[in-house]
Design a protein around this ligand. Sequence first.
Ligand code: GLU
Length: 505
Amino acid sequence: MTEPKVRVRFAPSPTGPLHIGGVRTALYNYLFARQHGGEFVFRIEDTDSNRFVPGAEEYIIESFKWLGIRFDEGVGIGGDYGPYRQSERRAIYKEYVDRLLSEGKAYIAFDTPEELEARRKEVPNFQYDAHTRDTMRNSLTLSPDEVSRLIDGGTQYVVRFKVEPGEDIHVDDIIRGDVKINSSILDDKVLYKSADGLPTYHLANIVDDHLMRITHVIRGEEWLPSAPLHVLLYRAFGWTDSMPRFAHLPLLLKPDGKGKLSKRDGDRLGFPVFPLEWHDPKTGDVSSGYRESGYLPEAVINFLALLGWNPGTDQEILSMDDLIRLFDLAHCSKAGAKFDYVKGMWFNREYILKTDNAVLAPAFDRILRQNGIETTMDRVEAVVGMMKMKKISFIRELWPLCDFFFRAPEHYSTDDKFTRKNWNEGAAADMTALAGLLEGLTDFSVESQRAVVDRWAEETGKKPWNAWRVCLVGTGKGPDMYELAAFLGKDETLNRMRRAIQALG
Ligand code: GLU
């Protein structure tokens, strides 16, 4: 028998912004699909109308667009197995719920939330299961006539899955191996609610994975407790042979200490936990995003890929193509991965160095404009090229390092340490001589300046560069002096030199 084509899915519930852990889950699915020449499906699991948040679906789509994670079919794309939004698949689920009911694998329960609450108070650790279902108000304890009467009279009900106790259920997990759980600890999960005519997550998830021919379910560890129930559902439907293989990914842990990474950790330590900025439609609160914080999408991808997996070598800088080639589900770790956000900043620095200046320039141009500077993109690009190797993690850090490219020092003063040290006795005279030399140049390129100034320095034994830096920058920062002067041009260079000579004497 030939193996079926690999088909994986990312199936978020639109309950808010996508958490960074969800991004990693989607990334691993994407890598797995690409590596196997398979297909990646984007499904929206919106059967819990109480938790629906407007804008969440659009946010998720935009996040993946930014990150370069592409789906082959699903919401917003289409495909042969649609619709891909679960709220549009009611009729399909109803059919499968009815099937379980008619086969006696599920039953109807009328217990009201108040009745259930009372029971929970009465019985410690109450669980709706094989031991208690006989004492509840459901189609197993009521007569068929009574059940029909209640339904016809409009009484709300749920459909519960009938879990047989005392059986070891095996979940075959690619990362965790054989995970065994006894069915006695499971409750008779609600699969469907008449109130909104919608299934719960469990039923919709299984039916869709089956109908959409999903071969591998790769998802966060938080879904592992649901997996035994899912195995039972596949069996109840007679789909065991085509059951997807599971892989439950390790949790993302707090950067400092134990426990699950939360938004609060991000707020406390100053890093985003969402891919894009999120504006909460209810509270108006704004949460920071990787994109708006100045991360390059390639850096975020590289960083996330290594949270829970590594290629087995020291190689850390991995492009999407590298990752597709090297990724291996079986080598994901079981143990949680510490969310080392400082490492994330390091990745961003590395990717800034690797990225074309033309790609980086627009981000710096925005910052220049915020500071009242308008110039051409060519000049922005040139500055980014001269300055990006100064160990910056974010493009915005360039501004204080290179404001002098775009505006002359406001004043010259020996209050500045670098100036005090380098503006000595002969400085004014040297700078006057240097200005004279430069004035004579018609070609103001780096090479042309270098030829003339280096020779003069050698002949006279002078070292004019630090005093010259005082003139052009006003302090001890900036790139190579010839590069800076060439960028400023002859007029601006000479102007700054004259002003410095006058101010400092
Ligand atoms: N809707 C679930 C979520 O929000 C999907 C879990 C799964 O992948 O089965 O993550």
